[in-house]
Write a protein that binds this ligand. Structure first.
Ligand code: PEP
Length: 249
C-alpha cells in the first residue's frame, strides 16, 4: 500500500515571518493526519526557519530546486547538502516553471535528482506535457522522454527513494485541472515505464503525485483513483485552511 503525499509548492511567495506563521497555523490542523506524508516547499530564504518551526511535527520541508554541485564558484546556486543542512527532507526537481523560464533540461533534472539522493533528500521529480504537446497527441512520447532522460540512469535502489509528480503544464496555475481519468492514464504510463526499467516491485512502490490546479473541491475525486498517490499543490497551498483541507481529503 503506497502512502499518499500531499506537498505544497509555494513558488515565489512568503517571507520568513509569513512562513513561520503559516506553519504554526497549519500544525494543529494536520496533527491528526496520519494517513499521508505532508511537505511544504517555501522559498530558499525561509527554509531553515521553516524547518525549526516544523520540528517535531508531521510536516516535512522541501526545497523548490537545487544545484547538482556540492559547492564551488556557482553564484546564486544552492546545493543539496545545503538544503539538508537547512533541515529539508525533500526537494522538488524539474518543475515546469524551471524548465520554461530557466531552460532546465532533462539532463539537468537527472543531475539534480542524483545530487538530491546523494545528500539523503527525497526528490519529487516533475514531468508533464504542454498544451501544444497534448493537442498534437504527443503526451505519451513527451512523458517517456522525460522519464528516460532524467531517471533511467538511476540505480534500482535509488529509484525506490524518488517520487514523481505528473504535472500537465496546461493545468498549472490555470484553474484547469486534468480530469481524474486523464491523470490516471499518464500515471499508468509512468508506472509502466518504471516497471520496464526498474522492475515490478519498484513500479508498485513508486508514488506518483498529480499536480495542476488541485483544490479542496477536486482533491477527493483525484485521490479516489488507485494510481494517484497524492498531490503537488501550488496556489491552494498558500493558505493553511485550504492546504489542510487538501491534506485531510
Ligand atoms: C505547482 O506549482 O506545482 C502547481 C501544480 O500549481 P497550481 O496548483 O497552482 O496549479
Amino acid at each position: 500500500m503506497r502512502r499518499p503525499i500531499i506537498a505544497g509548492n509555494w513558488k515565489l511567495y512568503k517571507t520568513v515571518r509569513e512562513t513561520v506563521q503559516f506553519i504554526e497555523q497549519l500544525k494543529p490542523l494536520v496533527q491528526e493526519s496520519k494517513h499521508c506524508d505532508i511537505a511544504i516547499a517555501p522559498p530558499f530564504t525561509a527554509l531553515a526557519r521553516a524547518a525549526s518551526a516544523a520540528a517535531g511535527s508531521n510536516i516535512w520541508i522541501a526545497g523548490q530546486d537545487l544545484f547538482w554541485e556540492k559547492e564551488g564558484a556557482f553564484t546564486g546556486e544552492v546545493s543539496a547538502p545545503m538544503l539538508a543542512d537547512a533541515g529539508c527532507q525533500c526537494c522538488i526537481i524539474g518543475h515546469s516553471e524551471r524548465r520554461q523560464y530557466f531552460s532546465e533540461t532533462n539532463d539537468m533534472v537527472k543531475r539534480k535528482t542524483q545530487a538530491a539522493l546523494a545528500a539523503g533528500l527525497m526528490p519529487i521529480v516533475c514531468v508533464g506535457e504542454t498544451l501544444a504537446e497534448r493537442e498534437a497527441g504527443d503526451t505519451n512520447r513527451v512523458i517517456r522522454i522525460q522519464f528516460e532522460e532524467s531517471l533511467n540512469d538511476l540505480t534500482v535502489q535509488d529509484f525506490f527513494r524518488i517520487v514523481i509528480a505528473y504535472e500537465p503544464v496546461w493545468a498549472i496555475g490555470t484553474g484547469r485541472t486534468a480530469t481524474p481519468e486523464m491523470a490516471v492514464e499518464v500515471h499508468k504510463q509512468i508506472r509502466q515505464l518504471a516497471q520496464q526499467r526498474f522492475g515490478a516491485e519498484a513500479s508498485r512502490e513508486l508514488r506518483i503525485l498529480y499536480g495542476g490546479s488541485v483544490k479542496p473541491d477536486n482533491i477527493k475525486g483525484l485521490m479516489a483513483q488507485v494510481d494517484i498517490d497524492g498531490a503537488l499543490v501550488g496556489g491552494a497551498s498558500l493558505k493553511p485552511d485550504s492546504f489542510a483541507s487538501i491534506v485531510n481529503f
